[in-house]
Design a protein around this ligand. Structure first.
Ligand code: ZN
Length: 426
């Protein structure tokens, strides 16, 4: 994975090989600018040094988003961005419950006033919006560190136009074609990612003709479903009515579901569209791709299924052969920047602690900073690197990769990376 380089005016230059960065740092020609993602700053100006094109590719997911930077056909940088959607949902729910119980306990009757609240157009739930904010934050940060001139985003799961196109004939259902991948994504969405006959999940699913071709079944998408290997073999050339003759409820469900139109299956992903509209504000060239296309590109190159390699394969312009320079992507986890809650309540909603101090920084440190502590005296002799939780007394806690160490004096701590709402691992 390459290292980001800035010139002395903080303008992004071509990212360089880590070996070269080490040399520059040792020679004193550069110094470290940021630990995560690793960025160096040169001590002299380098005008017009950027000669390559850099493309940032995004594969948005509900828990994890993949980020990848490509230069021509080299994958030079990759990251996994873990969102905190569930955390936000839980804390909003708990706040709601505490408030509700407080109001219901011993207060006069209050008229409901929920009808006077309007949601603005394009409103998304806070848990969904946080995902959009996370991605936009990282696009902003990366455009400041790398001369990015194009963005590619996976926008939809499948291409509705392609599937609707009546010109497509039977030949194109062959395995391994782009159309096959689009149709698979469509069927996965329509049939809920499970075997239509036995309902099994997380197994390889095969495309199945509901009325077999030998019994004059057509290749239309409405005659297709997904089945596991076992059910597909068991059904074989039988008509669906014979195969499910003793399971009428399943038969009815399938016959009903296969008549559903494309529109019902097209789960409009509001988060992805919101992201797409926000990305437009960067004034960079934007390309969008489908999930089917991503899968097709990735399988064709024999790449592993991970979020960051999926991101690499987003879009039609993906090169035929990608040279993967990344061994381990940077793992970025959204942690938030603390809570606004002044007092922690117990399980009955009564105050459990004294009010929080207004001050966030103590002895130059803030909760969330990544520090290195070399303890030379006492019971806790050793070196600890990790996220710090500050205390007014100066006795900090450090959360390392393995455990949480308590009671480390601030005098032993040296900052590595200032708190920025995310934690990092490699
Ligand atoms: Zn099955």
């Amino acid at each position: 994975m390459r290292v980001f380089v800035l010139d002395s005016n903080k303008k992004p230059l071509n990212p360089c090989h880590p070996g070269k960065a080490r040399k520059l740092l040792n020679q004193g020609k550069a110094s470290m600018f940021k630990r995560y993602p690793f960025t160096i700053i040169l001590k002299e100006e380098k005008p017009n040094h950027v000669n390559n094109k850099f493309e940032l590719k995004i594969d948005p997911g509900s828990r994890t988003t993949g980020l990848a930077i490509l230069s021509a056909n080299n994958l030079i940088w990759a990251a996994l961005l873990n969102h905190r959607g569930l955390q936000i949902k839980d804390s909003l729910l708990s706040r709601k419950q505490i408030r509700r119980s407080r109001r219901n306990r011993k207060t006069r009757y209050r008229q409901p006033r929920f009808l006077n609240r309007k949601k603005p157009k394009g409103w998304l739930a806070p848990s969904l919006m946080s995902r959009v904010h996370n991605i936009i934050t990282w696009v902003k940060r990366l455009t400041k560190l790398c001369p990015i001139n194009k963005i590619a985003q996976e926008l939809v799961r499948f291409d509705t136009q392609k599937i609707n196109n009546p010109e497509i004939s039977g030949i194109e259902y062959q395995q391994g074609t782009l159309f096959n991948y689009e149709i698979r994504e469509y069927l996965l969405e329509k049939w809920g990612r499970r075997c239509a006959y036995c309902g099994i999940q997380n197994v390889p699913l095969e495309i199945e003709h509901i009325i077999p071709k030998s019994k004059s079944g057509t290749n239309s998408v409405n005659n297709l479903t997904l089945a596991c290997r076992k059910c597909n073999l068991a059904k074989g050339n039988q008509d669906i009515k014979d195969f499910l003759s003793n399971k009428p409820s399943i038969l009815n469900r399938i016959l009903k579901q296969c008549k559903q139109t494309l529109k019902d299956a097209t789960a409009v992903n509001s988060t992805r569209w919101k992201l797409f509209n926000s990305l437009k504000e960067f004034n960079l060239e934007i390309e969008t791709g489908t999930g089917g296309m991503t899968k097709y590109n990735r399988t064709k190159q024999g790449l592993e299924k991970t979020h960051w390699l999926d991101a690499t394969c987003v879009g039609k312009s993906t090169p035929e052969k990608i040279k993967v320079e990344v061994i381990k992507p940077l793992i970025i986890t959204a942690t938030g920047r603390g809570s606004r809650q002044m007092v922690k309540p117990d399980k009955y909603g009564f105050p459990r602690t004294s009010p929080k101090l207004r001050q966030k920084q103590f002895f130059g440190f803030q909760t969330g900073d990544i520090v290195k502590a070399v303890v030379t005296k006492g019971k806790k002799v050793g070196t600890y690197v990790g996220r710090v939780a500050v205390r007014k007394t100066g006795s900090f806690n450090i959360k390392t990769a393995f455990s949480t160490v308590q009671g480390i004096n601030y005098k032993y701590c040296k900052p590595i990376h200032k708190a920025d709402g995310y934690s990092y691992a490699t």
